[in-house]
Structure formats: C-alpha cells, structure tokens
Ligand binder design. Structure first.
Ligand code: PLP
Length: 345
C-alpha cells in the first residue's frame, strides 16, 4: 500500500513527465550563463510575474537571503512579520551574514501586517537609528494557516513602502496558491512588489529549486550575491527542466488541492475528538481534543499503521497540520477520513 504523506507539500516527488524532461534536458555551464534550460526557466518565470528578470536559486531560504542581502545594506533595518518564515525558520541569515536588523511586526490572523504598524515602524532620518530599507510580506502566510493575501493589500503595502523610498520583497514560497485562491494571474498577485521568491519544490512538485524575480539591475546584483553564497550551479538545466513543468503545468492544477483541502476540512467535522482550526488554500489545521480517544503520539502512530503520515505542528502538542498536494487525490482524502474515524471512533 502507498504511503499517504500529509506532513507537507515539500514531500512531493517529481512526476514521470518531470523525470523524462530531466533526462532529456539541454544543459550548459550556468555559471557562464550558458545553460539554455535554466535561462528559459528564469526568463519565463520573470515574464509570468511581469518582472524583467529571474534567477534560479537552490531553495526558498537562499532566495529570501539573496533578496535581503541585495536590497538592504549592513546596519539597515528590514520590516518583517514576527511569524514569518524569514524570522522563524531561516537562522537569522540576514543578521548572521548581512549585518541587517529585523524589525518584526505582529502577523495578524489574516496573514497581514497592519499598515499602521508598518508606517510606525519606518525610521526617521536620525543618527540614532538604523535606516529602514525594506518591507517583506509572506504570501501565502504559512504559520497562520497558509492564508492568501489579496492583490489589493499587497498594492497598499507597496504604495506605503514606495512613499517612504523603501522596497517591497514578497516571500512567495506558495505564491501560486495565493493567485489560485484569488483567481488572478501571477503578475496580478504580486503587482507592486520589487522582488519575490517562490518555490518550485513544494506544491509545484519539482525536486529542487526556487526562483527570485525582480528588475534587471536587481537580478544582476542578486546574481553576484548568489555566487558569494556558493549558489552558482553548473549544468543545473536538469533541475530547471522539472521546474519548467512545475511553473507551467503544475501551477494550473492547485485548485484541485484547495478543493480537496476544503473537502477534508468538511469531512473532519464527523470525526470524534477532532476540531478543525482553519482551512486556507492547501492547508488544514486541526486540534486533537483532550477528550479524544488517543493522545497525539498514539494517534500519529495509529495513523501510521494505516500508512498515513502526519505529525503535530512544531511547538504545539495537539495541533496538527495536513497539507494537500497532487499526490493526495480525492480518493486518498476519503481514505484518510475513514482511517481517522476508525482510529478515533
Ligand atoms: C518553504 C518556505 C520557504 C523556503 O524554504 P526552503 O525549504 O528553503 O525552500 C520560505 N518561505 C516560506 C513561507 C516557506 O513555506
């Protein structure tokens, strides 16, 4: 029996079409700018997002770090959500490697930073203060439930940032899920941003890689920053070939994951001891109540006996996250619900 892995969309494996494309990819030395498949991926991603240029990077973390180091000088300050991936899960890379100070603001339950909070956090020109250089937002906002941020909100943050001569970077690891949720184009969902990173290796199913997009001058500098971080790759076209399928094809089917997530959340209402906390895009969060028949550890191992993998959300004992992706079809969702009913009923 196949394993149903609900822990994350990072567990997705390349499709057969991706494996074939990888085997047949035309490649060259990308450090010389000569890999045709990487060049194509970068150009097509940039075009799709209405940006001038793109850069293939090893991971979302590297893409964010490159963006931060490129936009913000040493001793400057970056406005960022306190529950953002950049603050929580990237080892304070901006401080460690860039001498940049994060200025964290509370992430609201709807995934936004309040515009007033941003405005108040922007420093005046005063010799006592660091200089604010950049605002970052995360779309979808993962830790509060993969909530998609609207194009209107993004435009407001952009207007505010630009009024103060600041740049706006979007951590768009799951930006296609946000565009799908609002039913707008990739370019519309990030309109107003100066740069954005997204992951090819999550819901888009590619094995490795993220893309950073921005204007030509920014990407020229970002290319230098990627090199100093050891991110210059050679025949990376074998990876970019899978990325192209993620970008063009897998990005078009995310509505299926969202529908499956909604169906799963709805079906969980009938499972004793389970309370759904939220469902946005491809994420479902639920609490395993104190009254449930099993404790969280027993529950996870009982599910594993049904070949279903899920684990408590880091930092919470009773909160679980389930992430839908192309591998988890409607039939498999129903299998998961039946197993949970059996285990907890
Ligand atoms: C996954 C993710 C990243 C990047 O993660 P990598 O594992 O380095 O690719 C960045 N931001 C968010 C919100 C993410 O979910």
């Amino acid at each position: 029996m196949e394993i149903i892995d609900l822990r994350s969309d990072t567990v997705t494996q390349p499709t057969q079409e991706m494996r074939d494309a990888m085997a047949n990819a035309r490649v060259g030395d990308d450090v010389y700018g000569e890999d045709p498949t990487v060049n194509r991926l970068e150009a097509e991603a940039a075009e799709m997002f209405g940006m001038e240029a793109g850069l293939f990077v090893t991971s979302g973390t590297q893409g964010n770090l490159i963006a931060l180091l490129t936009h913000a000088s040493r001793g400057s300050e970056v406005i960022v959500g306190d529950k953002s991936h950049i603050v929580l899960y990237e080892q304070a890379g901006m401080s460690a490697l860039g001498g940049i100070m994060p200025h964290p603001l509370p992430v609201q339950d709807n995934g936004t930073l309040l515009l007033d909070d941003i405005e108040n956090a922007i420093r005046e020109d005063d010799a006592h203060f660091p200089r604010t250089t950049l605002v970052t937002i995360e779309n979808t906002q993962g830790t509060v439930g993969a909530v998609p941020l609207s194009p209107e909100y993004t435009q407001q943050v952009s207007d505010l940032a630009h009024r103060h001569n600041l740049k706006l970077h979007i951590d768009g690891a799951r930006i296609f899920n946000a565009a799908t949720a609002y039913n707008v184009s990739p370019a519309e969902i990030i309109a107003g941003a100066d740069s954005m990173t997204f992951c090819l290796s999550k819901g888009l199913g590619a094995p490795v890689g993220s893309i950073l997009v921005g204007n030509k001058e920014f990407i020229h500098e970002a290319h230098r920053t990627r090199k100093v971080l050891g991110g210059g790759m050679r025949q990376a076209g074998v990876l970019a070939a899978a990325g192209l399928i993620g970008l063009h094809k897998m990005s078009q089917r995310l509505h299926e994951d969202h529908a499956n997530a909604a169906h799963l959340a709805e079906s969980l209402r009938d499972v004793p001891g389970v309370r759904v906390v939220s469902q946005h895009t491809s994420f479902v969060f639920f609490w395993l109540e104190e009254t449930a028949k099993l404790n969280p550890t027993e529950f996870a191992s009982a599910m594993q006996e049904h070949n279903i993998l899920l684990s408590p959300y880091p930092g919470y004992e009773r909160k679980f996250r389930m992430v839908l992706h192309y591998w988890i079809t409607r039939e498999r969702v129903d299998e998961v619900v039946r197993a949970m009913q059996m285990v907890l009923g």
